[in-house]
Design a protein around this ligand. Structure first.
Ligand SMILES: [Zn+2]
Ligand SMILES: [Zn+2]
Length: 131
């Protein structure tokens, strides 16, 4: 997925430092709370690409979405959201797939996620493969 040697090294092994991780998560939003933001239940999560810097992560995301026939959204979740691939509206209160970019600080076994961005959301007719 990547042309960068640093990124390739990250695919092979875990090592200490900061890296950018691309993952698919299954999310179900609960909009019943009083705030404007939902409670989000995260089901299955699988990371499939690691990058040495944000710039390479963005490049990787663009390549991945191009392959999947989708576009990046980078938007906050709404009760009815639009699928990044087919453009259909769907309810986020139902389980759906989200492409997530997280920034992680790794120190041995200790992995700290300190920034999570939602790149794109997909309806249940469009479940891009995590590869
Ligand atoms: Zn890189
Ligand atoms: Zn769709």
């Amino acid at each position: 997925m990547s042309h960068c040697e640093e990124c390739e090294a990250l695919r092979e092994s875990l090592f200490d430092g900061t890296r950018w991780v691309l993952a698919h998560e299954t999310q179900t939003c609960n909009w019943d709370s009083d705030t404007s933001l939902p409670e989000v239940a995260i089901g299955e999560a699988s990371s499939f690409a690691h990058f040495c810097c944000e710039e390479h992560a963005i490049e990787g995301i663009e390549r991945y979405l191009l392959q999947a026939g989708a576009r990046a959204q980078w938007s906050d979740v709404r009760p009815v959201d639009t699928c990044a691939r087919c453009g259909q509206d769907f309810e986020t209160a139902r389980a759906h797939r989200v492409l997530v970019l997280s920034t992680c600080a790794i120190d041995g076994e200790d992995v700290q996620q300190y920034d999570v961005q939602h790149v794109a959301r997909f309806c249940n007719n469009c479940l891009p493969k995590a590869s």
